[in-house]
Design a protein around this ligand. Structure first.
Ligand code: F6R
Length: 245
């Protein structure tokens, strides 16, 4: 694992964006695994800026997102498709037909998950997977549990995740209770993983995931077994990690 210590959110975002930009430059037809949430917004902002300056070309890039709320259509402003469109897809020259997320409107969970697994296989797997991490150590919507789920599956969100995501909705009752998410095996199959994390409120999760025991109770801890993980975190997020890093 490589760790880049950034002084704050902005520096974290620039560093993460530069890693993604290198990937796109070195392999223009790469497959990027993407995440939503607060952590990667600054990263996307930098990518859009560099695209506008003529330094990046997304025309051959394919993307597969980690997750989508079950029940939300694409035009719902809280859907992850909407988020991706808002922060990246509509702002760069990516071919929208090559941007994939689980289909939140598919009520049949098995069908939705099967189709998304097929999509990920058909694009040849993920070259670089961008991740954030939840306060409880979740990655994607893989919540703490007794075992690691392998491929795309339907999850019932934990109370903690519902609380954390309430900030994006009018009220807690509007937060969808279920989501489709890539599984741990799929995330681990990515050739490179880039995790961005910022803020003191994430410090315990970062320490547990990267320096604690590997356990499905802290889903992000599985990343210790991946041979090409880059953690880009600000000082606050690293504040509970061993002093030696
Ligand atoms: C988002 C995702 C989640 C978030 C995590 C952190 O697609 O899969 O695992 O990365 O909940 O969210 P933020 O960045 O909002 O703190």
């Amino acid at each position: 694992m490589r760790i880049y210590k950034a002084k704050d959110y902005n520096e974290m975002s620039r560093k993460a964006a530069s890693i993604i930009a290198s990937q796109v430059t070195l392999k223009p037809n790469c497959v990027l695994g993407l995440a939503t949430g607060s952590s990667p917004i600054g990263t996307y902002k930098n990518l859009v800026e560099w695209y506008n300056q003529g330094d990046l070309d997304f025309s051959q890039v394919t993307t597969v997102n980690l997750d989508e709320y079950k029940g939300l259509p694409r035009d719902n402003d809280q859907s992850y498709y909407y988020f991706m469109n808002e922060h990246l897809f509509s702002k760069v020259n990516i071919n929208k037909e090559r941007t994939f997320l689980p289909d939140g409107t598919e009520a049949d969970s098995d069908a939705a998950c099967k189709k998304y697994n097929e999509t990920i296989h058909s694009v040849g797997g993920v070259d670089l997977q961008l991740l954030g991490i939840g306060h409880n150590g979740h990655i994607g919507f893989n919540e703490p549990s007794d075992s690691f789920e392998k491929e795309t599956h339907c999850v019932t969100l934990s109370e903690r995740t519902i609380q954390a995501n309430t900030r994006f909705f009018a009220s807690e009752k509007d937060v969808p209770r279920q989501a489709y998410t890539m599984g741990i095996q799929t995330i681990m199959a990515a050739r490179k993983i880039l995790l961005v994390v910022s803020g003191e409120d994430k410090a315990a999760a970062v320490n547990a995931a990267f320096f604690g025991p590997v356990t499905p109770q802290v889903p992000g801890s599985i990343l210790q077994f991946h041979k090409n993980v880059i953690l880009v975190a600000d000082e606050a997020a690293l504040s509970q990690c061993p002093k030696s890093i």
